[in-house]
Design a protein around this ligand. Structure first.
Ligand SMILES: [Zn+2]
Length: 257
């Protein structure tokens, strides 16, 4: 992932609130399309120029061909706030983050965790994140439903990692139960992505708990009861189970690893 600095210059008198509104509207459009990562953006004003540092999946994530209809509209509306088209300066590679996938994948999966800022769509061959804007829009012109699903998955993950409150049970249920609302929405999204990309796309079902290691090794697919979904070795060192019928991957219970 890359760090880039975007500058917005005023071409006539504007108010700070008008400019801020127009800039934030654009940043939100980019974020909801996976072109910009993270959730909070500090916008600084110096000598009549607004500057913001962004984390991008690729060097060219903000290229016009990747823009959603919303982002194009937001770019167009900058002029109403008397701002010029933004200028971009690449700062460099983010040393803390993962490289985006650039090869065609034989399969892919929806997988995230509370520490991951990158795209929740991953290559099944390498686990590298696949920038969302490289996939046709999932709903209504961009990927806001995928971003929203990811945000909620991460929130549940953070609660269960902190594991100190009554909310833990509810959070784990959302992550690990194939009948939860979070599962249903994520699983529908992976189906949509599979339909759009024609690449088999799986959903990661989190697993924790269980009575014994053997019982966990022998568990069946929770959705269809398939007993033959265990793999000889964990795929990508993480997923011991894969049900092709249900398009689900899962781990050996974290309690027995
Ligand atoms: Zn199944």
């Amino acid at each position: 992932m890359y760090v880039s600095e975007i500058s917005f210059e005023c071409f006539a008198d504007t108010t700070i609130s008008e400019a801020e509104h127009a800039i934030n509207y654009l940043l939100e459009a980019w974020r909801q399309n996976g072109q910009v990562l993270g959730r909070e953006f500090a916008v600084a004003l110096k000598d009549g120029v607004f500057k913001v540092r962004l984390l991008l999946p690729e060097e060219n994530s903000l290229a016009n061909r990747f823009n959603s209809p919303w982002a194009k509209q937001a770019l167009d509306e900058l002029k109403h706030a008397k701002l010029l088209h933004p200028r971009e300066k690449l700062i460099g590679l983010d040393i803390n983050s993962e490289t985006s996938n650039s090869e065609m994948s034989s399969w892919q999966l929806l997988y995230t965790s509370y520490v991951h800022m990158c795209s929740p769509l991953r290559s099944g061959d390498t686990l590298q994140p696949i920038p969302l804007y490289r996939v046709p829009a999932t709903f209504n012109g961009d990927h806001k439903q995928v971003i929203r699903w990811q945000t909620e998955w991460q929130a549940c993950d953070e609660i269960q990692m902190a594991s100190a409150s009554a909310a833990e049970f509810a959070a784990v249920n959302e992550l690990a139960n194939h009948q939860s609302d979070l599962f249903r929405r994520g699983w529908d999204l992976r189906g949509r992505i599979e339909y759009l990309t024609k690449i088999p796309t799986y959903y990661y079902l989190y697993r924790i708990g269980g009575s014994s290691k053997q019982a966990e090794m022998d568990r069946c697919c929770p959705r269809c009861g398939n007993p033959d979904w265990r793999q000889p070795e964990p795929l990508l060192d993480l997923f011991l189970f894969q049900c092709h019928n249900c398009r689900i991957v899962s781990n050996l219970s974290w309690d027995f690893q």
